[in-house]
Design a protein around this ligand. Structure first.
Ligand code: SF4
Length: 662
């Protein structure tokens, strides 16, 4: 490179979901900020971020990247869902610029040089750990005219020599002082506004720390970012929050492993609340809460509750099976402790859900379903994910010890587990079908009020109802069941399968009608006759309060015309004067609290409100988002606003109104 030439660098990132808005490109933002903070690189490089939504294809990406000139360095933040796409982009890039450098980094590529070079010979360098320091060194080497096959002096990379041999330079320990990393938010490395001045991303992403002290066998976090937890300075985090507050960003999502574990986390929430007091934003904080809850956690939650700051709380238990826990090197909270915690959160009026992984070595279908039903008794939602074998995890590195059999995705590079030494392929197939319907019906809230009355009044456990639906769909000859079966069949390797079914349930009346037929055919006959009228009405209420979905692509006939009103700072579709034979919301509340509640008819009339805007989220399979669009009664809406009005920020009314009653 001539001494006055500018090196053109493009940093590429792509989100997983096909969403209308982009995800904030935080990972490559850190790289860009680090490059711009380097005196020499600032003048000698021209760095651009190319950020793509999930679902954007290779044609668009290559056109966008190369139409206005071909860069000198193309660096990718690689994850399982974009590994193949980025490998294909690298192939095109090398045809256009054979002397250009291709750099792969991120958890799916790090320490995977052997496979990456085999699959994508166009890749020159794989970054094996934290990228900021390594990437700036790579650019210095590029400016100095280095050959990418002779990168002897750069720690933390894998590359190939001119003779084609793979070389790994051991990495430095993870950076201890994170204040040395410039903020991508405060330096302007990441664009924070569109032309019209609005915030361009679905949510704001932040890191308050890096690292995880645990080493669960299915997770790369401790390995990828280091087991020692290192925190960013408070003042810097406050300044980042202030930037989001000024820009009226609704939701901040933390990319932390264990929020609520460090005393600094309490200060972070304090700062967030004071900024919200000034600007009215941010209004919600989402994060992965620490799996073992400390006093700090309880204090944070109380403060968030007091001030009406929205969040959802996950009991990330993964499995309740002791043998599986042992093999994954994980210790959960004791059963009584998490039940107490869930009860405490419920008493505080806060939503809490649990997370399980099916398919861990040592688990069995019976033990898993028993754990699922136990959790379902305590929390309102149980999210279940099938086990993936991720690079840089203990399961991955010792796969022979566990006897894993896997298949890669059709479109992604994840390894989906088919069988292992304690799980047959047949057990797995059956459980995947269960998981599909558990995610659709329960986690994604097709049924919300139904589960507790079904268990208490009907004697049917949640897993039994879900399996009943799965079996019935499998055997049904109704035309509306055909696409559902097809989606189940490809669920194992296609994350979009679930979204395909959800848009049908939300937007296609023939699918909703199918649910009623299942109820009449398969479930109703199992119920005690005295409980049937009440349970019939709870089912009807759940279907009535599904979000209003108005996407042009929604299947089914013309949408029902509904008036739109303004209430509590938001816009709502309204269904007026809905008659119910039973007071379903009151019945469900009473049963959840374990209070006696007569299940005989008690007719009421309610007006139902549905937040506008669900069309953008119908395919999200994100129950936290879906929950905000469920129908609520006028009373629930007013109660949420009244609770918020008692808090210091008047803006919180709208935020609290987002919490649904489910
Ligand atoms: S699952 Fe959570 S606690 Fe376990 S290693 Fe990963 S981030 Fe850490």
């Amino acid at each position: 490179v001539a001494h006055d030439e500018v090196v053109r660098v493009v940093l590429v990132q792509q989100g997983v979901w096909e969403m209308p808005t982009e995800s904030m490109p935080l990972a490559v933002g850190y790289l860009k900020a680090a490059v711009q903070a380097d005196e020499r690189l600032r003048w000698r490089t021209d760095v651009r971020i190319a950020n793509y939504r999930g679902g954007v294809g290779l044609g668009h990406i290559t056109d966008d990247l190369f139409r206005h000139g071909v860069p000198d360095v193309l660096a990718f933040s690689v994850l399982g869902w974009n590994y193949r796409t980025f490998g294909a982009v690298a192939e095109t890039f090398k045809q256009l610029n054979p002397r250009g450098w291709v750099v792969f980094g991120g958890t799916h590529a790090a320490h995977q040089g052997e496979r990456t070079f085999r699959m994508f010979p166009e890749v020159d360098v794989v970054v094996d750990g934290e990228g900021e320091r390594v990437f700036t060194q790579l650019l210095h080497a590029h400016i100095d005219g280095a050959d990418p096959r002779e990168l002897v002096g750069i720690a933390g990379i894998t590359y190939r020599t001119a003779a084609g041999e793979r070389r790994t330079n051991p990495g430095d320990p993870p950076l201890r002082d994170l204040s040395l990393l410039p903020s991508p938010i405060l330096t302007g490395a990441i664009g924070l506004e569109r032309r019209d001045g609005s915030f361009p991303y679905d949510v704001a992403l932040m890191e308050t720390n890096r690292g995880c002290p645990y080493k669960c066998a299915f997770c790369y976090w401790g390995g990828a970012t280091g087991q020692k937890v290192r925190a960013f300075p408070r003042e810097r985090l406050r300044a980042e929050l202030e930037e989001f507050g000024r820009r009226q960003v609704h939701t901040v999502v933390l990319c932390d492993a264990n929020f609520g574990m460090l005393p600094a986390d309490e200060q972070f929430v304090e700062d967030l609340l004071s900024i919200r007091g000034t600007y009215g934003y941010p209004r919600a904080l989402e994060t992965s809460w620490a799996k073992n809850k400390s006093e700090t956690f309880y204090r944070i939650v109380r403060e968030m509750k007091r001030s009406g700051l929205r969040s959802s709380f996950t009991l990330a238990l993964q499995t309740l099976n002791e043998s599986a826990l042992e093999r994954m090197h994980r210790r959960n909270m004791k059963l009584n402790d998490w039940e107490d915690l869930a009860t405490w959160l419920a008493a505080e009026g806060l939503e809490c859900y649990a997370e399980l992984i099916w398919g861990a070595p040592g688990d069995t279908p019976e033990a898993f379903l028993e754990g699922y039903d136990r959790l379902a008794q305590t929390v309102s939602r149980v999210a279940v994910y099938p086990l993936l074998l991720l690079p840089n995890t203990d399961y991955h590195d010792k796969r022979e010890d566990f006897g894993f059999v896997t298949v890669r995705g059709d479109h992604d590079d994840f390894q989906y587990v088919l069988a292992h030494d304690t799980m047959t392929a047949q057990d797995n197939q059956q459980m995947l079908r269960f998981i599909f319907w558990a995610r659709a019906l329960a986690e994604n809230l097709v049924f919300r009020h139904l589960w507790v009355p079904l268990r208490v009044l009907g004697g049917v456990a949640q897993s039994q109802a879900i399996r009943s639906f799965a079996d019935w769909v499998e055997a049904s000859d109704a035309p509306a069941a055909v696409p559902l079966r097809a989606a189940v069949a490809r669920f194992n390797v296609d994350p979009d399968a679930l979204a395909d079914v959800l848009v049908r349930v939300f937007g296609d009346p023939s699918t909703t009608a199918l649910v009623r037929v299942w109820w009449d055919d398969a479930l109703r006959p199992r119920l005690p006759p005295g409980a049937v009228p009440a349970l019939d009405e709870v089912l009807r209420y759940d279907l009535l309060t599904l979000p209003v979905y108005r996407a042009p692509s929604a299947a089914g006939p013309e949408a029902e015309p509904l008036p739109v009103v303004e209430a509590h700072g938001d816009r709502w579709y309204v269904r007026e004067d809905v008659g119910l034979t039973h007071d379903v919301p009151a019945l469900v509340q009473a049963l959840r609290r374990g209070e006696p509640m007569p299940s005989h008819p008690r007719p009421i009339t309610r007006t139902l409100y549905y937040r506008l805007g669900f069309d953008d989220f119908a395919r999200s399979t994100n129950h936290e988002e879906i929950a905000h669009y469920m129908g609520v009664t006028e009373q629930e809406l007013d109660a949420a606003a009244a609770r918020a009005a008692a808090t210091p920020s008047p803006e919180a009314a709208a935020a609290l109104a987002r919490t649904s009653s489910c």
